[in-house]
Ligand binder design. Sequence first.
Ligand code: 5GP
Ligand code: MG
Length: 179
Amino acid sequence: MKILFDQEQIRQGITQLGSKLNEQYGQSPITVVAIMTGSLVMLADLIRCLEMPLRISLIRASSYRGGISSGELHVEELQRLDIQDRDVLLIDDIFDTGKTLLEVSKRLEDLRPRSLKTAVFLNKQGTSQVQLKPDFSVFDIPNKFVVGYGLDYDDYYRNLPYVAVLEPSDLEQHHAASR
Ligand code: 5GP
Ligand code: MG
């Protein structure tokens, strides 16, 4: 696997994002809404860099791609979202086409937060299909399939402490080893 960002680079990137958010919000309380499962690791690291009072809500988003796909996104609220009149920070692992972030943002806006900002760990370059841009991102990446630091292939690899490009030879090994 080709490593794109190692543990130390990620630590620095997340710390910088934390500083920007501390500057942005000061001591105003925020609600962090995290899209599971991909943003789990970022969530755990980022919140420990944040200094304002904060609450966490977890949601799950899945799109039915392939098969009889309508391309529609299904959002499960793992916890009843209480975000009306609150300052909300929505976080996700990666911005690819942007459809997930756009659709989840719309659903959150319907709940009338006081403000809504978005932060992603990775921002894939040249793949966006929407007008929305994330307000904050830690790293830009080329249009490659990456795993680690929460990002999965087939639900594996989320535990890697680095971000790596998954190459065809890795896939062969994966299929031989994971069943
Ligand atoms: P979007 O809706 O922006 O196209 O895609 C967002 C979702 O697609 C992410 O939350 C993630 O689950 C998945 N995704 C997109 N690109 C990658 C990638 O390079 N690696 C992994 N592991 N997941 C990706
Ligand atoms: Mg995801």
